[in-house]
Design a protein. Structure first.
Length: 196
């Protein structure tokens, strides 16, 4: 039994190390001319597309856990969102807003962001060439990343949204205090991978 437990612990630590290395590698882009940030929706020139990147996550407030590592950004200003698009990398740092959400949403469903915490919302517009692109989305503070591929139409304005799915607690109820499990990704409201 002791060997099984040690094997599981080793596998988890090795997995975390691999994820951490991948995030560090992708944070250092080799290119600088793949995309540029734009402030507002503008007329998109031929051969290009505009992409609004939206992502959010809720974390506990700073000091919520007594033994939390100092390196985390939970509840602190400057929460990092990493994007690597075609080899160009950028880390956008977002200051959160403290919020308290009710236990249930308007439809009577259990709210995974219920309670007091810090909500971080990223919204950035970029311009890049129309066509297919591979995007690396990472949260260094969560040791999480996701890679997707999308296709952008010429002279169009698109919205790419990353929506968090939180882990379940011991009571089998999803909640932000348990940490992020996964992100659902939508391009113009359609789940990525399900585009026609």
């Amino acid at each position: 039994m002791k060997y099984i437990v040690l094997t599981v612990i080793w596998a988890v630590l090795a997995s975390c190390s691999t994820v951490s290395k991948e995030i560090k590698t992708k944070a250092h882009g080799e290119k600088v001319d793949v995309f540029r940030e734009v402030k507002e929706w503008e007329v998109v020139p031929q051969g290009f597309a505009d992409l609004m990147i939206k992502a959010s996550i809720k974390t506990h407030l700073e000091g919520h856990y007594l033994l939390e590592l100092k390196k985390t950004f939970h509840g602190k200003p400057g929460y990092p969102f990493l994007i690597n698009l075609g080899g160009q990398a950028t880390t956008w740092k977002v200051d959160g807003q403290q919020e308290v959400m009710p236990d249930y949403d308007k439809k009577g469903r259990r709210n995974p962001e219920r309670g007091e915490g810090m909500k971080y919302i990223l919204e950035k517009r970029i311009r890049l060439k129309a066509g297919s692109h591979k995007i690396f989305f990472g949260l260094p503070s969560e040791n999480y990343f996701k890679e997707i591929e999308i296709t952008l139409k010429d002279r169009h304005q698109h919205i790419l949204e990353f929506k968090p799915i939180y882990r379940t607690s011991r009571r089998n109820v999803p909640g932000f205090l348990s940490g992020v499990k996964e992100f659902e990704v939508f391009l113009d409201g359609i789940a990525v991978g399900q585009q026609p």
